[in-house]
Ligand binder design. Sequence first.
Ligand SMILES: [Zn+2]
Length: 265
Amino acid sequence: MLAFPIKYIYITQTFNKNVHNGIDIRGQNRGEEIPIYSPDDGTIIAVRNDYKTQDSSGNSYGNYIKIQHNNGLVTLMAHLKYNSIIVKKGDQVKMGEQVATMGTTGHSTGVHVHYEVFKNNEKQDPLLYTYLYPSQQVDSQSAKYVKTIPIIPSVDKNENSNQIKININNLKVRNEAGLKYERIGIVEKDKYYNFYDEKKEDNYDWYNIGKNLWVANEGNSITVIRKREEEQIEDEITDYKFKYVVEKTNTYIIKLNEGETLYIK
Ligand SMILES: [Zn+2]
C-alpha cells in the first residue's frame, strides 16, 4: 500500500506494459516543480542527480531515484530536477519524506514524474499498489484510476476501555503483529481506538484494535491509555444497620430486609 510520490495527483499517462512501464503524474498546475516524496519506508538503492537536459528522443529517465521498500516492492521516480535529490544511495527514508523535486530531465516533454513500481524485478502497474492517503488530493479527471487507502474507524475516548491514541499521520494497520504482515489500512492521527490484546514483535509493542487489525508503537506514534481499575467496595460495609427482634428465648432472630445479606465473622 504505497502512497503517491506527490501530494496532488494529476495522471497524464497510465501504465501500458512494454510501451509505458509506469505512470506519469504532474501536480495541480502544469509546469510547477513540486516536492517528490518517498512512497513508503525504505532504502535508497540508486540515484542519478547530474542530468541537466531535456531530450526529445531516447529512453532516458534523466535524473531518477530508486527505493527498495520493506515489503519487497521497489519504486522509481524519474525526470527529476537537476541536482534536486536530497538523499543518497544507502539512506533510509520514511513514507512521505521528501527525496527530490519534480523536473523534466531526460526523455520528457514537460514537468512531471514518471513513476514505476517493481515486484520481483518486474514492472507492475503502479496503480495496483499505490493508494491515495488522507494528506493527498486527486484531480477529478484522475480520480477514476485511484484507490483510496482504507481508514480504520475510530471510537470516542472512553476511560472505561483500554485505548490507544494515535500521534502520527498514516500509521499502518497490519493483519497480524509483525512487520512482515500485510498492511491493510491506516489509523488517523489524534483519534482513539479500543485495544483488546497486545504483543511484542520485531522490537515493537503491537496493539490489537479489532479482528485482524494490529498497529505498532513506532517511537511515540501511540499513547496507551489503560482503563481505570474497578474500585474495591469492601470498606463500604462499615456502617451496616439492620433490624432485629429479641424473642423470649436465648435465640436472637435477625430479620433482614428483602435483598439484604448478613455476613457474620
Ligand atoms: Zn512516463
